[in-house]
Structure formats: structure tokens, C-alpha cells
Design a protein around this ligand. Sequence first.
Ligand code: K1U
Ligand code: ZN
Length: 224
Amino acid sequence: MGLSKDIGAHLFAGLAGLLATVRWGGKPRDCPRHNPAGLRDPGRLHYITGMIRPILIHPDPRLKKVCDPVVEITDEVRRLADEMLETMYDAPGIGLAAPQVGVMRRVVVMDCVKDPALPARPIVLVNPEVLWRSEELSTYEEGCLSIPEQYAEISRPAEVRVRWTALDGSPQDEQFAGLWATCVQHEIDHLDGKLFIDYLGPLKRQMITRKMEKLKRERARLGA
Ligand code: K1U
Ligand code: ZN
């Protein structure tokens, strides 16, 4: 009786692992089958929606526009948030804003827990607003999923207090510090049509933009 229960449990675990692998579209190290720790982490498994959205690459007019607020949290907004989280984890990135996937709404996702030994902390911020900025600045070498392989040191307020609406409609208010503060400001900038290269001088910005134009031409030529 005990043995057949055990065999049943093993068969179920094997089948679940196989199904997870078949549905998984991300990198092997994030795949529950290749990373059994991920399998035990419901925070990460929850976001296997099977839908990774293409990320827009600069220059693109949609990355320069101010996004509209979300007026009602519908199933469509919840699906968008799930797919944005999956896209962010797959990239991989620590944040993603809706305009980066071509949706002109004020939605951001973040998870700045970089250590895989720690539990994931996915956050969805609908209509985020900065309520307070510290006078103290912090400098971080920023990257952007819409400007691949380009990095620059950017100084921003070291701490910010942000208000937003959660997916269940509840108002949230949190003070962010460290990488979380840098990331949330980078993401809110995206909602206002601003990229980290807009903080650079015109020559550096132009050099990066030309590199991205070349990358886009090459990708188009390869059909990628
Ligand atoms: O919004 C984005 O383009 C995502 C961006 C967020 C960000 C990075 C650095 C500073 C501020 C905001 C990224 O996630 S770029 C990728 C990245 O930084 C990263 C990827 C994997 C592990 C750790 C960092
Ligand atoms: Zn970015």
C-alpha cells in the first residue's frame, strides 16, 4: 500500500516535471526541470504562462511616449502583468515596463532579488507614483532590456517612496532603497517615455542610438 502510494507520487512528480519542461520557454537555468530549487518556489512557477512578449528595441516611437493610467484592473491587465513577469524573468531582467512590450499603459513589474538562493519577490505596480525622493543620490551602472548590452552609470535619488495599486485593487505604499529604488525609478521613467540614455550627454546618447539602429538592421536582415 505504502509502496504503491510512493510509486504514484513519483509518477506524478515525473509527469509534473515533464509538463513543466514542455511548457517552459525560458533559459535552462530558470527551468524548473533544470533547476529543482525553482520547482519548490511557487513564486517562480506561478509565472509560467507560456507567453513571452517581444521586447521593443530603441529607437522606437512607443518608447518615447507618456503612457495612459489604468482605469480598471481587468483580466486583461492581470494577464498582461503575468506575461510581463514571464518576459522579464526570461530576458533576464529585474524590471519591465508595459511600453517595452508595446502596451501604452502605466504597468510595471519588478523583482530585484538577484540571489537565486533567496525567495523571488515579484511585484506588479499599476499606476505607480513617486511620493518622495531622498536628497542623497546613488550611482548604479544601469542597463535596459530595450537597449541591449549598453550600460552607463546613472545617479538617482538613493531612496524613493512610491504609491501604486496592486492587482487586487488595493492601494500600496512602500519606501524603496538600493537596487529596488534604482529599478523602480528606471521603470517609472519608461512610463513617461524616458530612457536611461536620456541622462547622458548627446554624444554618448547618439553613439548608443546608432549601435541600436545597426543591431535592429542586422536582426531584420536575419529575420530575428
Ligand atoms: O526596464 C528594463 O529595461 C529592465 C532593466 C531594469 C534595470 C536594470 C538596472 C538598473 C535599473 C533598472 C533590466 O533588468 S536590465 C538587466 C539587468 O540589469 C539584470 C539582469 C539579470 C540580473 C541582474 C540584472
Ligand atoms: Zn529599461
